[in-house]
Design a protein around this ligand. Structure first.
Ligand code: NAG
Ligand code: NAG
Length: 362
């Protein structure tokens, strides 16, 4: 090895051993939400049927292995980690599972994911999937982590750490899916009442995160739910108008709620991401993003490949890069990557009042 190379090596080493690498933009990410960001929690829930632990999930992931992500490869949580120069925050249930005890403490401080497929804002939303970690439970777990970290690093060091960390919240999709799939819920609530009640409950949980140290929040609205392959089956492969209408209404309500919540508490900084607008953009202008199929699932069976979930026996589309949807409900890795590009650097069309890059710098 020449002298120059040696110099470069020790330079690189210097930065690596510094602990806080140059590329790392925040100390940690704490993730809350549903299958759009679950990186494996549900694999630890024995009763859950919402599991992505079989082929063809993960076909484009490292070693082509399923990992609990509802994607052919990475999901939004992975890309958020990449943008911030961090490893993906590990599933909380993996950290507390037997055999991992000694590593817990170190891991909590570097970020944790509480996200769970099937989870909703409401505790009952996951009933169809038998078991998940509803948002309330995710925040309960976070509270345990918070108390543990106080014992370890002390309250003031922890507050400093948490106030620079990102709290990412991606939730609400399953509650709305549940509403439009349940005649019982529809009988009991008008869509407006239901949406208002979602926002009321979400605000309580966000408040608990704030009360336990959260300051910088990345919060996603719901997608164009009426356009996912499962719902397109209800309207001759076109989007279901009413479901999309209430997705938009929920997102509008969310933006007002966040403004109000911020005004009631000191020091909250947030970036709202309009998943609906971003998804609709892909659907309306697929070619500009390299997509050719905006309707069908890549992995599934029957019409639009959406008559069945992605199962080991399912049909797989030949090119996973040209599909927006991986299965009945979830985006492909390719679509998730574009969403996170917009989360991070998106204009006010997609993010408000600031984007994630600005949230990090604030
Ligand atoms: C974290 O470390 C402390 C002190 O070393 C220990 O008492 C505690 O049990 C650890 N917590 C977990 C969850 O392992
Ligand atoms: C089905 O799609 C068409 C075309 O977009 C739309 O006009 C119609 O309102 C939709 N029907 C329902 C039930 O959503």
């Amino acid at each position: 090895m020449g002298f120059k190379a040696l110099l470069v090596c020790s330079f690189v080493l210097f930065f690596y051993s510094y602990g806080f690498s140059m590329a790392q933009m925040v100390p940690a990410v704490y993730v809350f939400g549903d299958s759009l960001v679950d990186v494996g929690n549900n694999n630890y829930l024995t009763l859950s049927i919402a599991k992505a632990n079989h082929r063809h999930y993960g076909i484009d992931f490292l070693n082509h292995k399923p990992t609990g992500r509802f994607s052919n490869g990475k999901n939004a949580a992975d890309f958020i980690g990449e943008k911030l120069g961090l490893a993906t925050s590990p599933p909380y249930l993996s950290l507390i599972s037997k055999g991992n005890k000694n590593e817990n403490n170190a891991s909590f401080i570097n970020g944790v994911s509480f996200a769970s497929a099937g989870a909703g804002i409401f505790d009952g939303t996951d009933e169809r999937y038998r078991q998940s970690l509803p948002l309330t439970k995710q925040v309960n777990y976070y509270t345990n982590v918070y108390e543990e970290l106080i014992r370890e690093v002390g309250a003031s060091a922890l507050q400093k750490h948490l106030s620079k960390s990102i709290f990412a919240v991606v939730i609400g999709n399953n509650d709305l899916f549940g509403y439009f799939e349940s005649s019982e819920l529809r009988k009991k609530n008008t869509p407006q009442q239901y949406v208002d009640s979602m926002l009321f409950s979400l605000k309580l949980q966000l408040q608990r995160l704030y009360d336990n140290g959260g300051r910088k929040f990345e919060i996603a609205g719901v997608g164009a739910l009426g356009c996912c392959p499962m719902f397109r089956l209800k309207n001759q492969t076109e989007c279901v108008v009413e479901t999309n209408y209430w997705s938009v209404q929920y997102n509008k309500g969310l933006q007002s709620m966040l403004k109000e919540w911020q005004s009631e508490n000191q020091g909250i900084i947030y970036s709202y991401f309009d998943t609906y607008v971003a998804m609709n953009d892909l659907i309306q202008n697929p070619a500009s993003y390299g997509f050719t199929d905006v309707k069908a699932a890549c992995c599934g069976l029957g019409e639009l490949n959406a008559r069945a979930p992605c199962l080991p026996v399912s049909h797989l589309c030949p090119n996973r890069q040209d599909h927006i949807f991986w299965d009945q409900f979830h985006p492909t890795e390719a679509a998730s990557r574009i969403f996170v590009d917009k989360i991070f650097d998106g204009s006010s069309t997609y993010t408000s009042p600031i984007n994630m890059r600005q949230l990090v710098a604030a």
